[in-house]
Ligand binder design. Structure first.
Ligand code: NDP
Ligand code: HSE
Length: 440
């Protein structure tokens, strides 16, 4: 007992990578956490379908069950931590825990991005807290920063390297020339990748996280279904090399911006200037850059995945629950930062309406007048060129690569220009287009 209060009774659902980390960190730092929270935290029950593996983590210090409902239906449990993942059983269990009046902590970004609005509504009705710091950028306290630390600001934009697996893949491919499949396997072994790694490599995981940040930054519902998503599977090593030559790095970015026409919400490989701090974020590390009107640019960096790093965020949520448990619902920090009746249905712009700069790579015949025709098409579509790189044709080759960087334009103009360029007989095959953000 601390301050005469009985320990917070926690039930853990899923003793995998993150669940194991939560158990370990809570045990190791128990006294330090208690000094801050003013109350002991005790994981008294753990549910996992693999009870033997759970036992290896728990080692007799909590009751292990294979049916999560034994935890949900136990009136002694105050908080349920959901670390199973996915939208299926996890959603069912979270809603059931809320219905029994338990607070919930989750690291499940897929669940919050797809069903967050429904879950928050259910939680509000029951007067319970749903905390999800670990759902975005693992150990980086970005939800707290956006929701509380930056509360004075009108947030303009957020860009983030928010998927460790893909950042790890891109870094290893660039630095060591490793193959995509080889590095993906390594990321899976290190516990970074999702149960279904297509979520990582196709940008879905990053879009889950970007949708959550967008909602918190702009006071809109979570709108994952409106996000534009492209992963890194179509990225070619040659583009990583050309980008380097031009002073840029390619990163899979989650981007959300407030514009006068609505909100941009997109995930795709992006060229960013190599000189920007965020460009040097390598390996499985994450970073989120936030532009606020008062504070200017702030940058948050750290481990976005991994057992103990993610556990750090999960445990911070448990401490918040201890602090806010006795606070009236309408005086707690709102789930999505803004008061519920002030959440606005601002439109998420279709990709054709967004404004950005572009990197284009074309294979062209090495003959007179090619460049003039291409620049004319760009000019006709009101697209201005920022830089050009033409590789000398290899000996005996009649074709060569042309790389163009453009100034900002609307995506629909770029789509039109590319389709016109691809009709030119001197342009071979399709044009590679990668968006570019100066982040200035
Ligand atoms: P794991 O797959 O390592 O752990 C999930 C655990 O839950 C497994 O032991 C699994 O058993 C178990 N499980 C599956 N179904 C049930 C069920 N019905 N009842 C009880 N247990 C069940 O996942 P992670 O720990 O990596 O991820 C957990 C969550 O955290 C996910 O939402 C993930 O997206 C998120 N997250 C993960 C990060 C990371 O670095 N790994 C970082 C940030 C967030 P079995 O393996 O036998 O299926
Ligand atoms: N699969 C995720 C990643 C885990 O690679 O970033 C952390 O959310």
């Amino acid at each position: 007992m601390v301050n005469g209060m009985k320990p917070l009774q926690v039930g853990l659902l899923g003793a995998g990578t993150v669940g194991g980390g939560v158990f370990t960190v809570l045990q190791r730092n128990q006294l330090e956490i208690e000094r801050r929270a003013g109350r002991q935290i005790q994981i008294s029950m753990v549910a996992d379908i693999n009870t033997e593996r759970a036992q290896e983590i728990v080692q007799g210090r909590a009751q292990i069950v294979n049916d999560a409902y034994q935890i949900i239906n136990n009136p002694e449990i105050d908080v349920v931590i959901e670390l199973i993942g996915g939208y299926g059983i996890a959603k069912e269990l979270v809603l059931a825990a809320i219905a029994t009046g338990k607070h919930v902590v989750t690291a499940n970004k897929a669940l919050i991005a797809v069903h967050g609005n429904e879950i928050f509504a259910a939680a509000k009705k029951q007067g319970v807290i749903v905390a999800f710091e670990a759902a975005v950028a693992g150990g980086i306290p970005i939800i707290k920063a956006l929701r509380e630390g930056l509360t004075a600001n009108r947030i303009e934009w957020i860009v983030g390297i928010i998927n460790g697996t893909t950042n790890f893949i891109l870094s290893e491919m660039r630095d060591k020339g490793s193959s995509f499949d080889e590095v993906l396997k390594e990321a899976q072994c290190l516990g970074y990748a999702e149960a279904d790694p297509t979520f990582d490599i196709e940008g879905i995981d990053a879009a889950h996280k970007a949708s959550i940040m967008s909602a918190i930054a702009f006071g809109v519902p979570v709108q994952f279904d409106k996000a534009h998503i492209e992963g890194i599977t179509k990225l070619e090593p040659i583009d990583i090399q050309y980008a380097e030559q031009l002073g840029y790095r390619i990163k899979l970015l989650g981007i959300t911006k407030r514009t006068s026409h609505g909100i941009e919400l997109r995930v795709h490989p992006t060229l960013i200037p190599a000189k920007r701090l965020i460009a040097s974020v390598e390996g499985a590390m994450n970073a989120v850059q936030v532009q606020g009107d008062a504070v200017g640019t702030t940058l948050y960096y750290g481990k976005g995945a991994g057992s103990e790093a993610t556990a750090s965020a999960v445990i911070a949520d448990l401490v918040d629950i201890i602090r806010y448990d006795s606070v009236e619902q309408n005086k707690r920090v709102p789930y999505l930062a803004f008061q519920e009746d002030k959440v606005m249905n601002t439109v998420v712009m279709p990709i054709g309406e967004i404004t950005t700069s572009y990197y284009l790579r074309l294979k062209v015949s090495d003959e007179t007048g090619v460049l003039a025709k291409i620049t004319k098409i760009l000019a006709d579509n009101i697209i201005s060129i920022d830089a050009l790189l033409q590789k000398e044709a290899d000996a005996g080759e009649s074709q060569t690569d042309l790389v163009i960087l453009t100034h900002q334009t609307q995506e629909k103009f770029m789509i039109q220009a590319i389709s016109d360029i691809e009709l030119l007989p001197t342009v071979k095959g399709s044009v590679t287009k990668i968006r570019l953000e100066e982040l200035s």
